[in-house]
Design a protein around this ligand. Sequence first.
Ligand code: GCU
Length: 337
Amino acid sequence: MVRSKKKILFVLLIVLLITFLSSCSNQNSKRIVRVAHNQSEVHPTHIGLIEFEKYIEDHLGDKYDIELYPSELLGSQNNMVQLTQTGAIDFCVASNSLMETFYRGFEIFNLPYLFSSAEHYHACMNDPDIVDGLFNATTESGFRTITWLDAGTRNFYTVDTPIRTPDDLRGLKIRVQQSPTNIRMMELLGGSATPMGFGEVYTALQSGIIDGAENNEMALRTNGHGDVCKFYSYDMHQMVPDLVIANDNFLNNLTEEERQIFDEATKILNEAQIEAWTGAVEEAIDYAINQQGVEFIEVDTSLFQEKVMPLHEETLASNELIGDIYNKIMEKGATYQ
Ligand code: GCU
């Protein structure tokens, strides 16, 4: 069966499942609010979402019942975003990488070496002047972005070939997220881009379909990629945020008071996730070194940066949605050199 038919069938099945769950749970007459993501229950994103759930249920528990669906229980991020768009679920977390296929404005945060440091990245993501326009630009498509979550820095890791320079990527099949910008980035670096959903990566690594992947350090531990990949190279090519996506009708149908509670819960989610992030990454590194035998490699990042910088010019030239934000990010960067 062709891939798109399979996808439609999958989304239909999930919608049916959700309708069934709703009919079972409607007995208590609370509105079930479904929140889906693709991380495990020990990941900072889930920890942040538990705070989101608690805050809303503490304040509006007689009316709303928040249900969290971690670990791709409701499908891949692509599926989750579609379900949120249609209102089959209410919220999901999606990587900015794949959001560019829903709206090209998101290409901005997929550019490699966009931010000069984690401080610069956080300052930009927390600046309403930079993110608000983009976060609200998709309401006609049925959803909006309500906050961002930290997803650290993305680096290459491989089963058995240490990456020290871009030349080492030549001939290697590297999993990237399903985003044209990421595919082009790999092309410029000389590796062979293999796009696939996050949940498929472990098996693909294990069975040798791919030689490596790229992600933050959490993927080594919480997704078990460090069981298979023994070299993790700090080329620091991207800081791609995760985005919390909400069904726009759901938000618009809240009363003003309810909306304030949801907004406050969103702020709490963002803060709790970011607070949990650094410690979780440190633990992941420790686990990767001591339990999984992963070697962490410092590399000359400028060698990688040189190769991919043409992507900034290319993207700016082909996408008029991102020029303004790009300039603001660069301007802010001057403060964080
Ligand atoms: C990170 C990110 C996820 C994303 C994943 C991926 O883990 O937080 O949102 O799905 O990378 O590479 O697909």
